[in-house]
Design a protein around this ligand. Sequence first.
Ligand SMILES: NC(=O)c1ccc[n+]([C@@H]2O[C@H](COP(=O)([O-])OP(=O)(O)OC[C@H]3O[C@@H](n4cnc5c(N)ncnc54)[C@H](O)[C@@H]3O)[C@@H](O)[C@H]2O)c1
Ligand SMILES: O=C(O)C(=O)C[C@]1(C(=O)O)C=C[C@@H](O)C=C1
Length: 365
Amino acid sequence: MSAGSTTETFGTVAVAGVGLIGGSVALGLRDRLLARHIVGLDASAQALEEALALGVIDEARTSPGEWLSAADLVVLAVPVKALSPMARSLAPFLSNAALITDVGSVKTGIAVEFEALGVRNFVPGHPMTGSERGGVANASAGLLENAVWVLTPTERTPLTALARMRRLIEQLGAAPVVMPPDAHDKLVATISHLPYLASLALTHMVARDERLSLLAAGGFRDLTRVASGDPRMSRDMVVENKAALREALQSFSRQLEHLAETLDDPDELLAAASEGKRTRDNLPVVKRSLLPPKHDLVVAVPDKPNQIGAITRILGEASINIKDIEVLAIREHGGAIRLGLEEASDVDRAAALLREEGYTTRHRG
Ligand SMILES: NC(=O)c1ccc[n+]([C@@H]2O[C@H](COP(=O)([O-])OP(=O)(O)OC[C@H]3O[C@@H](n4cnc5c(N)ncnc54)[C@H](O)[C@@H]3O)[C@@H](O)[C@H]2O)c1
Ligand SMILES: O=C(O)C(=O)C[C@]1(C(=O)O)C=C[C@@H](O)C=C1
């Protein structure tokens, strides 16, 4: 890094745990030209092979060793239970100048572990993004874009390391948020670990009667998506945070009891429903991921090959950026797709171009 520069590029980066999150960090570093050489360290030969084949890493390692002393950025992205053992096995080889971080979902503990090992420049982190589908095959740089990425330094974390980490997160297109580890664990108990347990409770109710599975539609699917995550990894994550999670579960039970009471008080239930809608609609993650309806264009597509390819080519040639695409309906003689466009003015231009080519379009919203 040149003195005073705002970007830092890393020579060698080691990613320990080349799965969904480790792979996404590696791809983010690659896409933004922030790393010259990326080494993947993983217990699974298959994960390493896949990561090499996908171009996520340049070199594969199955165990720590002297090679790690060349790394100037080390990212621990193994399951939470494996973080401390991984810290202990890496520590003897780490360079004093290297920036070290992790992405684990629970934060009390890991900083203390590194501090006890005498490792400098460790900044604990947790990107608030992810998927129920693990593994490097599902990794993408886009997963980290616009995500809130929590950093939980302790009073012993060097400020220079914290500043470097903040900058790295910004360079990856995410937003750093700093807070103490115990505050983080309390918050994620409610915002991440409780929803996971709630999704299990809901799926267990359905498992009792196969007619329920048959009737499950989008609402049930959306509420239970995280139940499809890796069971062992998810179990370890919630167990690691059990004290905070127990408190969150008690609050949740009180909420359910209150809602049960409001069934006899429609005005109270309406107030609860309105508050729920307000909160949900204003979640930053929802607002970030939804385009205003006025930027939507619905296109009727005939049942012919390569219709999506043809439409994206027409818009691409006119430099109209498609931010989102959704298949709305598939019928025997054709279907409809919704295009989410970047600018409101793009909708008129896109509609005109597509009509010229014989497509039927309608604005939505
Ligand atoms: N999945 C998410 O949505 C999400 C989001 C944010 C943070 N995280 C955190 O990121 C970390 C990784 O999660 P993921 O979803 O990428 O998991 P993943 O299963 O996709 O990847 C984990 C990788 O670690 C490897 N691994 C497991 N144990 C190992 C060990 N002892 N030594 C070396 N390699 C080992 C696995 O082979 C795998 O390649 C976890 O700590 C998790 O809490 C996950
Ligand atoms: O699956 C997703 O979309 C996620 O964001 C995964 C999720 C979460 O639901 O909170 C799960 C655990 C991680 O520690 C962070 C994020």
